[in-house]
Design a protein around this ligand. Structure first.
Ligand code: AGP
Length: 608
């Protein structure tokens, strides 16, 4: 996700901003920009692509003299990667400059309001709305303008702000997006994350939600959302720089697993309005949805696995036929597509060659296409008729976790929207589904807090040769993902099987001590899968069961049980995947594998 840096002190700001942004490149971005006060005006330079383009443009900052500035690397959410959409953003008379990390969920409503007050926009971003709102509330007091703006915006934000009329100050405020303040020897800094400031100071303040920091070259003062001054204690950072890029996590994969509650919220919240599902980007009325007779979901790898989950959820909830295809198969089998079909292509990167080719195959046949994509402005996002972003932020680890979880949320929402339009669910069912979805982030957090127990169990299997994952219905879909996670980062052979399929061959592979992970979250299928567990146990398997809290019956059959909190039967994959991710992660760590960059794999497979 985006990176923010700000500096005020005795040194030239631009080189410090560029250096700080370079330490945040790991967060992923597609454009960058800096703003520096030159003694009279706020100068801004922006560029798309890598940070070095901006460094070359500004001769490493030499063309932007001044000792006060803010900088930004943008991970596009609203508006494709472009110079106009890059930050910093100005108000109309360029007296206020803003950099932002997060998502302003009510930006469209605010934009409309401001346009009604004769404000004109030059970008597609939600951030520009903040710049104009600050202008709207600014009557000479920056703190008043900022606190009033904070009361109007909904969503997540970390903001760095400069007011030309107050050149000796940088302002910073946050809500649900990280922001820190560094107190250095020859100046003070703000940043999205610790790595950006470590070269200048290890004395850091962590701003809490809805707190405001005001930095001059010598001092830092803090205020709460009501504009009252508050005292804060600083922290001394003892991380080394490399560790800090992972915010203290040992690997990006673990960090991204722990970001899943946030990515679930960021994907979910903007699409729940007034107690119902609103997917503006779908661009379909109820009537148009009801004309859709069949859905084809096409993807690769983990994205394909979410498609298998989506098949069960769509067909179960919305009663619409769904076919799921591996993109590499779909593109060459001359698929039979009909006029009223919808092809949904799921892709984190939006650049996977097979998925892009499958999208083009569907478009060549004149079929409506929808992309569920994480990278804004990527090829699939641009070429699909409509795109539903997953807003998971940049995913650095090759093995997907947070993007996978965000894809599931997008698919649940789509299924609910289709079920609602087709009259397949009642209002009270819809409300109950929404309640369950809103609980998922804290339930995921609870499961993640269980990591030591799973780490202990995983250490017993670092020498395993074969591990099987089995389940029925959506539990079969999650078994596929659990199996892929294990093999791709620990290099242990693994397969996923429909539990009912075991006796048709695979059970011959079970030997004394073979680990089988059985997922049982579908109450109506418990007994069936328990009988499969009994079959496995009778051939010597060691059975790890992942099941719902309360299904204690399982303890008579399985050897080791991991319970997940109760949720709607359609949404259990979002919880069952957490222990499976942690298990794979700790087996890989225990084997000393390169967790974030497994051998032979790429983050985005842009070739056939
Ligand atoms: C997932 O852990 C893998 N890295 C891989 O299967 C991935 O899901 C697949 O390559 C699809 O990538 P995409 O979502 O970017 O299209």
């Amino acid at each position: 996700m985006c990176g923010i840096v700000g500096y005020i002190g005795e040194s030239q700001a631009a080189p410090i901003l560029l250096d700080g942004l370079s330490k945040l490149e790991y967060r992923g971005y597609d454009s960058a920009g800096i703003a520096v006060f030159d003694g009279e005006h706020i100068q801004v330079q922006k560029s798309i692509g890598r940070l070095k383009v901006l460094s070359e443009l500004t001769h490493d900052g030499a063309t932007m003299p001044g000792t006060v500035g803010i900088g930004h690397t943008r991970w596009a959410t609203h508006g494709a990667p472009s110079k106009d959409n890059a930050h910093p953003h100005f108000n109309q008379d360029e007296t206020i400059a803003v950099v932002h990390n997060g998502i302003i969920e009510n930006y469209l409503k605010l934009k409309k309001y401001l346009e009604g007050k004769n404000y004109h926009f030059t970008s597609d971003t939600d951030t520009e709305v903040v710049a104009h709102l600050l202008d709207y509330y600014y009557k000479g007091d920056p703190i008043e303008a900022i606190t009033r703006t904070m009361h109007r915006v909904e969503g997540s934000y970390a903001l760095g702000i400069m007011f030309r009329e107050h050149p000796g100050v940088v302002y910073a405020v946050r809500k649900d997006s990280p922001l820190i303040v560094g107190h250095g020897r020859d100046g003070n800094l703000i940043a999205s994350d610790v790595p950006a400031v470590l070269k200048y100071t290890r004395n850091v303040y962590f701003i809490q939600n809805e707190e405001l920091a005001i930095l001059s070259g010598e001092s830092i003062t803090f205020y709460n959302v009501d504009g009252e001054e508050i005292q804060k204690n600083s922290t001394t950072i003892d991380w080394d720089i490399n560790a800090a890029e992972k915010a203290g996590y040992e690997h990006f994969m673990l960090k991204e697993m722990y970001e899943q509650p946030k990515t679930v919220r960021d994907t979910l919240n903007p699409r729940i309005k007034n107690g119902t599902v609103v997917i503006e980007e779908l661009g379909m009325t109820d009537e148009e949805i009801n004309q859709i007779q069949r859905i084809h979901i096409v993807a690769c790898g983990s994205a394909y696995h979410t498609g298998v989950t989506a098949k069960y959820v769509f067909e179960g909830m919305a009663r619409i036929p769904v076919e799921v295809d591996l993109a590499s198969e779909f593109r060459y089998r001359n698929p039979i597509l009909q006029e009223n079909d919808l092809v949904i292509v799921i892709s984190q990167s939006g650049e996977t060659a097979d998925s892009l080719a499958a999208l083009r195959e569907a478009k060549n046949k004149g079929i409506k296409t929808l992309g569920i994509v994480n990278v804004v402005g990527s090829s699939i996002a641009r070429e699909a008729d409509t795109v539903m972003y997953t807003w998971a932020g940049p995913e650095i680890a090759v093995a997907t976790t947070k993007a996978y979880s965000a894809q599931l949320i997008a698919e649940y929402l789509l299924a609910m929207r289709f079920a609602q339009a087709r009259g397949e669910i009642t209002e009270s069912e819809l409300s109950s589904y929404i309640r369950d979805l809103r609980k998922l982030p804290e339930q995921i957090e609870m499961l993640l807090s269980n990591k030591e127990r799973i780490q202990h169990f995983a250490n017993r299997y670092i020498s395993a040769k074969d591990v099987f994952f089995v389940g029925r219905g959506v539990d079969y879909a999650i078994s596929m993902e659990g199996s892929l996670k294990l093999k791709e980062i620990s290099y242990i052979h693994s397969e996923a099987y429909a539990a009912g399929e075991l006796k048709h061959g695979t059970i011959s592979l079970i030997e004394e001590g073979t680990l089988v992970a059985a997922v049982l979250t579908q109450e109506v299928l418990y007994k069936k899968t328990i009988s499969n567990i009994v079959e496995l146990k009778s051939r010597g398997a060691f059975v790890l069961a992942v099941t719902n809290t309360g299904n204690t019956e399982i303890e008579k059959a399985a050897d080791y049980v991991i319970y997940i909190p109760q949720t709607n039967r359609w949404f259990t994959n979002s919880l069952a995947i957490i222990p499976l991710q942690l298990f794979s992660y700790y087996v890989s760590v225990g084997k000393g594998c390169d967790v974030d960059k497994p051998r032979n794999l790429a983050k985005s497979v842009t070739v056939e």
